[in-house]
Design a protein around this ligand. Structure first.
Ligand SMILES: NC(=O)c1ccc[n+]([C@@H]2O[C@H](COP(=O)([O-])OP(=O)(O)OC[C@H]3O[C@@H](n4cnc5c(N)ncnc54)[C@H](OP(=O)(O)O)[C@@H]3O)[C@@H](O)[C@H]2O)c1
Length: 191
């Protein structure tokens, strides 16, 4: 223990989301001591956290993780960001900066899930050093977060994921395959 804080190996922010959920399972499988957070969908195993308010301070005053996996996502996804740029900025950029600052303070590594939306899609598959050119607000904010992390942190990993899919019936942001599935079923029934 450092001070009154509980040392843990991993903190998964957004542990009941699509990526966070699998991250948590992997950590458990590897016998890593970790805590997870949830937001709207309460889960008894996880701590309640809203990265848009002061909850972050409380979490980091209670736990001292070695690695923070930032897997939170704004409900409504890319379209919501276009329609609500101010909220999107608070969530995707400013909250990431706060999380990064806490990581720096306690010497934790930040694992940040970015996106291929930082590219314009005119070619691909993209390599790490390809020049980004985001076309929408979501992509621009994720790229700004990447730049902030690279400038301010020494211990970090940026993962540019693309079109992760899986089955999560309670999600507020259905992924690509979940959107396709009802079309597939109705086409099948109409045959
Ligand atoms: N899925 C993809 O295809 C994809 C592609 C590229 C990049 N990414 C990136 O990967 C990360 C994770 O995406 P995902 O698809 O796994 O997300 P997701 O399934 O939509 O899950 C989002 C997670 O964030 C939590 N959350 C929502 N609002 C929050 C808030 N205000 N404070 C704290 N937690 C909050 C949710 O908790 P509750 O459910 O309890 O509300 C949930 O655990 C995101 O940064 C996203 O940009 C995803």
């Amino acid at each position: 223990m450092s001070g009154n804080k509980q040392n843990i190996q991993g903190l998964v922010i957004g542990a009941n989301g699509l990526i966070g959920n699998y991250m948590g399972r992997l950590l458990t499988h590897k016998s890593v001591l970790w805590k997870g957070t949830c937001h709207n969908r309460t889960c008894s195993d996880f701590l309640k956290l809203n990265i848009l308010d002061d909850d972050l301070e409380s979490i980091f005053s209670h736990f001292s993780p070695d690695v923070v996996f930032h897997c939170a996502n704004l409900s409504g996804g890319v379209d919501f960001c276009e329609e609500h740029p101010e909220i999107a900025k608070k969530f995707h950029l400013e909250a990431t900066q706060k999380i990064g600052s806490y990581c720096k303070e306690i010497g934790a590594t930040l694992v940040y899930f970015s996106t291929d939306y930082i590219f314009d899609g005119t070619k691909g598959p993209y390599q790490e050093n390809d020049v980004p050119n985001p076309l929408n607000i979501y992509g621009k904010l994720k790229l700004q977060s990447e730049y902030w992390i690279q400038e301010h942190l020494k211990k970090f990993l940026i993962v540019r994921t693309t079109n992760v899919y899986g089955w999560d019936p309670k999600t507020l942001t259905p992924n690509y395959i979940m959107n396709l599935y009802p079309c597939f079923i109705s086409n099948f029934l109409n045959q």
